[in-house]
Every structure is written in structure tokens, then in C-alpha cells.
Design a protein around this ligand. Structure first.
Ligand SMILES: [Zn+2]
Length: 621
């Protein structure tokens, strides 16, 4: 996600991702294209941790065999054992099963109110009529689901959308209760672990955007602007327009059947079917058979021209653009295919079957909705190419590999930001250094002081996740070398594509591929706070030797290599000082009179540095 800013990468708030989608209108209940029992579990479901239900089951679940206290999270765990009812006396015949209740949290410590357990959603089919004139939606959400608890009798969904008129489970009306943003459903019969079932929720009304505690600059959910409707869902807005298990850990396939007034087009994730014409309406179906997080589900409705093409590697491109922005969009989006080809070189094969953009009036925010990025109209009119490559990079990092916890958001935003620097570097060799320098200059003020891997809820989409995240990736590149670094990115995507990954997962891949212990690197740059604040003092003795003192003034000690360059009008020589104490001193024999000392000329270390020529050194602290 990116939010508009007056200067590229120059403010916390301008770096944000938004998801737009819109859906409405009465549509008959849709028969799923595939029955759930024939639908393979999306890969993410198998790889996703299924935390223990938070609700207390009627019978106690088995106690965990051990608990581990760690200062850092472990790699994404294998699924916890499914709680089961305890065995009773073996001689008793077939006791009546006790109903289990799915949990109303998927177990993300950063967002404990999101997601649910006891089931996996395999596929959503959203059959909705959307009317921009009345700002209403109506229709059904069909969820093909598999139980993950034995004797599942009750579950919860995330839903804060319009009024529900009917809810069925496998065709039978089921009692439900709405409490806050949860929708509790009593199942008509107990379900076995692994058993497939279908929930259909019929609802209609005006979908109210919701205020997110994670993203304060725009309400999340469905927005209506003139004859355009779109949805912004990252991170927790999907539940405001369709009932869902609203967390990336439960990815699913999607199908949309969206009915709109004639003359209006619909863009969504995946591939379109031929439209079906009614008397006054048209129904557009889209289907996406790659696992997708709910926050990336998008429907955008508007009057568009469609610009079609293909990348040189054959990936089809499809852009939905309002008439007045067609010339600007043709210019801005022309390099999209080249961007895909370049990013494939760095990240591995493009993960989906097609790509495109839908242009909407999003007030400066763009969002990497899977296969169909929502691009702000302002981005198009001002030709902001870096946003195009940023959102494209998210197709690998964010969409294909999603965060296991919202605390891992830097794995989305840091990677996408760095991708835009890689695109610049490919065109202009000095561009990377200049980007790093620009970010470093304001990093000291913009740094939240929170660990990169654990931002507070209100800082998920702040400076650290984007710019510091990108800087840290660049330093990792310096630490392990170009060849290993890009191998790491490709291996990380390959291992977790279609699923979710944590910061610990990324470190594990980086260590495995580079064959290096990266604990110290991750401890100080990713799990630790802040960045070095250095005073570099120097003086030259009458014998020509240069004495350099480096003081670390920040709270926590950092360990790093600091390149130094000296000259007498032009640079004459360099050396690298390993800094691992509060105070370092270096004596450097030279045979010329030094007139300047430059630290870190190639932007290798994220730090605030003040260089001074002094008469005498004072103690650092
Ligand atoms: Zn982004």
C-alpha cells in the first residue's frame, strides 16, 4: 500500500496501502462452481498455524505439552494439534459427542480480535448487486468451509456489514447472533474434523466504512464516489462488506458475480467470464483460483476503458481506466510488463495468471489487491511510477507471501519499497545510493523507536515498515552479498508462496541460503530499536597520522562496519572501521594533509552521523 505524500518516501503517513472493492445488489443464491469436498485446501491452509480455540470447549482441550518463552518469535509453527474431546472410559459404547465451539480469534497477538478458528474457508463466492446511485449492496456470500475441529457445533465469522436476511448451513436455516464485529453461527448438526460444509449469508443495505485502529488516514470498507464504488480493506476492512475469516492465515479462493447498472464495468481479482446482460443490468463474474487473503479481495465498479496488453514473458495485462485518464495511464503503465520481467529476475516467477490496475479516486492511496492493483487516480495524473512498481512487487511479497501476523507488515512494505529502489537502480546506477541517502536524512526524525518486527497497532503503516524496512534489506544485501541476497528473496518466495510467513521464517531462509548466522544482524536491525547516532571526530598529528574517534550516542549498542574515506580536495584513500564499542579509536598513517573525512560514502549503514575536526578528543560518555 502506498499513500500520497508531497515527497517520495518523505513522510510516515504517505506510505500506505489501500484496498478498494465494491459489491452490492440482489442476486440469486449462487451454486458454487466446485463442491467443497472436491476443492483442494489452498496451500496456505496446510501451512498456516491453526491456533487453539480461544473459547473454552465444553470439555477441556489437551494441555500444551510445553510452553517456551522466547524473546523472539519462532518461525511459523506447524499447526497446533486440534483440540479434541477427552476420551472417556473405553468400555462405554459411543458416548454422545459434545459440541465444540470454534475460537473467535485466529491467534495473531498483534490483532487478537481478527479471525476465527474451528474451520478453514476454502472458497468465497460473492454474488452481489452494487448500485452506486443508491450506495447499496445486496446479495449473498457463500463460504465453502472445512471443519478443523471434531464435533464442531458453533463458529464465528468476522462481519460488520449490512443487515442479514437469511443464513443457511448446507441449505438449512441456522440461528446466528451478531456481537460487535463477530457473527456467531450455530450449526444445525455437529461436524467432523475435515468435513466440508457451505454457509450462505444473504444481506443487503449500505455498507458502512469502519475506522481501523491500524490505519487511521482512511476509513476501511466500501466507498462510493459518484458512479464509482471500491473497497479499501487492508488490514481489517474486509469484514465490513462480506462475512469472512478476516486474517491472512486463512487464505481462500474467490469468485465474484457482481451485478451493476448497464454501462458500468466491474474489475476484480483473477480472470473474468463473459458478462451476462440483463434488461437494465449486467453481471460480471470474476474467478481467482490462487489462495488469497481477505484484505486483498477487491471489487471496483465504474465507467472504464479497458487497456489490454501483455508482458514480454506472456503475462496478460488488463487495466481499467476512466476516460479522462487514458492518455496518462497509457504512459504511466507502459513499463508494467518490463517491471514484471525485472522483478522476476530478482524474486522468481510472477506468482499469478495475470496482472492489471483499476484506477479509482482513493485520495492518494493505492493498494496491491491481488492481480488487480487499485491505483489512485492522482498517481496516474502525476505519473508516479514508483507506486506502480511498489504495488507490483507486493504481488510477490504481501499477496503471494502474506504476513503471518500483522506485526510482520515490514515483510510487505519494506520489500515493496526496496523493489521500487531496485527498479530505479536498474535504470540509473546511482539511484539506489541516492534513495538510501534521502531516507537516511529524515530517518532520525521519522523512526518510531519501535522494533521493525513489532510495530504498535497505529504504526503498522508508518516510516519503519516502509523505509527502514527497505534500508534493512539493503544492509542485509551488504551483509551476505548480492548473489546470496537475491537467492534468499527467491527462496523465501518459493517456500512460502500462497501462504504466510513471519520475520523468523525470513531469517531462517536467509541463514540457510547464505550459510551465515544472522542473529546479530536481525537482533539489532529487526528486533531491536532505533539506529546508530554517531559522532565521528578526527584530528591529524604533525607526523601525518590521522586519529579518528567514533562515539555511539544512541541507547542500545550497535555492531557494524563503518567505511571511512579521506582526501585532500579529492578522495585519496579508504578503510573500514569495525565499530562494536561505545567508543572506537583508529590511528591511520597518511602522507598527505587531510582536508575532509567522509563516513559511509556508499550508504552501507543506516545511521545519523556528525563529523567534526577537533583539537582534542573527549570521552564519548
Ligand atoms: Zn505497499
Amino acid at each position: 500500500m502506498r499513500q500520497r505524500g508531497s515527497q517520495r518516501a518523505m513522510s510516515i503517513s504517505f506510505l500506505l496501502i489501500l484496498l478498494l472493492a465494491a459489491c452490492t445488489a440482489p442476486t440469486p443464491v449462487v451454486t458454487p462452481r466446485h463442491v467443497a469436498t472436491n476443492t483442494p485446501l489452498p496451500p496456505t491452509l496446510a501451512a498456516t498455524p491453526q491456533p487453539r480455540a480461544t473459547d473454552t470447549p465444553l470439555l477441556p482441550a489437551p494441555r500444551p505439552t510445553s510452553t517456551t518463552t522466547a524473546t523472539r518469535p519462532a518461525a511459523t509453527p506447524t499447526p497446533l494439534p486440534t483440540p479434541t474431546t477427552q476420551a472417556t472410559a473405553t468400555a462405554l459404547p459411543d458416548p454422545t459427542p459434545f459440541a465444540q465451539t470454534g475460537g473467535d480469534s485466529i491467534g495473531d497477538p498483534k490483532a487478537p480480535e481478527l479471525g476465527n478458528t474451528g474451520y478453514d474457508v476454502l472458497r468465497y463466492t460473492l454474488a452481489l448487486a452494487i448500485d452506486p446511485a443508491t450506495e447499496t449492496i445486496s446479495g449473498t456470500a457463500t463460504l465453502e468451509v472445512a471443519a478443523t475441529l471434531r464435533n464442531l457445533g458453533r463458529l464465528s465469522l468476522d462481519f460488520s456489514g449490512p443487515e442479514i436476511s437469511r443464513l443457511t448451513v448446507d441449505g438449512t436455516e441456522a440461528p446466528y447472533q451478531r456481537q460487535g464485529t463477530k457473527l456467531f453461527v450455530d450449526l444445525p448438526s455437529l461436524l467432523d474434523e475435515g468435513q466440508a460444509f457451505t454457509i450462505v449469508v444473504a444481506y443487503s443495505g449500505h455498507p458502512q466504512p469502519v475506522a481501523s485502529r491500524y490505519l487511521g488516514f482512511i476509513p476501511l470498507g466500501m466507498h462510493f464516489v459518484d458512479d464509482v464504488a471500491f473497497v479499501v480493506s487492508e488490514p481489517d476492512g474486509a469484514r465490513s462488506w462480506f462475512p469472512c475469516n478476516d486474517h491472512p492465515r486463512d487464505k481462500a479462493f474467490f469468485r465474484y458475480e457482481i451485478t451493476v447498472p448497464k454501462g458500468i464495468l466491474v474489475a476484480a481479482n483473477g480472470q473474468p467470464d463473459p458478462p451476462v446482460e440483463g434488461e437494465t443490468t449486467t453481471t460480471f463474474a470474476w474467478e481467482h483460483d490462487s489462495p488469497m487473503a481477505t484484505y486483498l479481495a477487491t471489487v471496483a465498479v465504474g465507467r472504464y476503458q479497458v487497456i489490454e496488453g501483455a508482458a514480454s514473458n506472456g503475462i496478460p495485462l488488463r487495466h481499467f481506466v476512466p476516460d479522462d485518464l487514458v492518455p496518462a495511464a497509457e504512459t504511466l503503465l507502459a513499463p508494467t510488463g518490463d517491471m514484471i520481467v525485472l522483478l522476476e529476475r530478482f524474486f522468481g516467477p510472477y506468482p499469478f495468471e495475470s496482472y492489471g490496475h483499476v484506477v479509482v479516486p482513493m485520495g492518494g492511496v493505492s493498494l496491491e489487491t491481488q492481480t488487480m492493483t487499485l491505483l489512485d487516480a492522482g498517481v496516474v495524473s502525476r505519473g508516479a511510477e514508483y507506486v506502480v512498481v511498489h504495488e507490483l512487487a507486493h504481488q510477490w511479497f504481501g499477496d503471494s507471501v502474506s504476513p503471518a501476523s500483522w506485526a510482520d507488515i515490514w515483510l510487505n512494505e519494506g520489500f515493496a519499497t526496496y523493489a521500487s529502489w531496485l527498479w530505479d537502480e536498474a535504470k540509473l546506477p546511482d539511484a539506489m545510493r541516492r534513495q538510501l541517502e534521502t531516507v537516511e536524512q529524515f530517518a532520525w526524525q521519522a523512526d518510531s523507536g519501535e522494533p521493525l518486527a513489532d510495530p504498535s497497532a497505529g504504526n503498522l503503516f508508518g516510516f519503519n515498515s516502509y523505509s527502514k524496512g527497505a534500508w534493512v534489506l539493503h544492509m542485509l544485501r551488504g551483509e551476505i552479498g548480492d548473489e546470496a541476497f537475491f537467492k534468499v528473496l527467491r527462496a523465501y518466495h518459493e517456500r512460502f508462496k500462497g501462504s504466510v510467513a513471519s520475520t523468523a521464517d525470513f531469517q531462517a531462509v536467509a541463514e540457510e541460503v547464505s550459510d551465515q548466522d544472522l542473529d546479530r544482524f536481525f537482533d539489532q536491525w529487526v528486533y531491536g530499536q532505533g539506529m546508530p547516532n554517531l559522532a565521528v571526530n578526527w584530528q591529524q598529528g604533525i607526523d601525518g597520522s590521522l586519529q579518528v574517534q567514533v562515539c555511539q550516542h544512541q541507547a542500545n549498542l550497535f555492531v557494524f562496519d563503518l567505511p571511512l574515506a579521506v582526501g585532500d580536495g579529492a578522495e585519496r584513500t579508504r578503510q573500514t572501521l569495525t565499530v562494536d564499542e561505545i567508543e572506537e579509536q583508529l590511528i591511520w598513517p597518511l602522507d598527505f594533509v587531510v582536508t575532509q573525512l567522509q563516513t559511509d560514502p556508499e550508504q552501507a549503514v543506516l545511521a545519523k552521523v556528525t563529523v567534526s575536526q577537533v583539537e582534542t578528543f573527549s570521552p564519548c560518555r
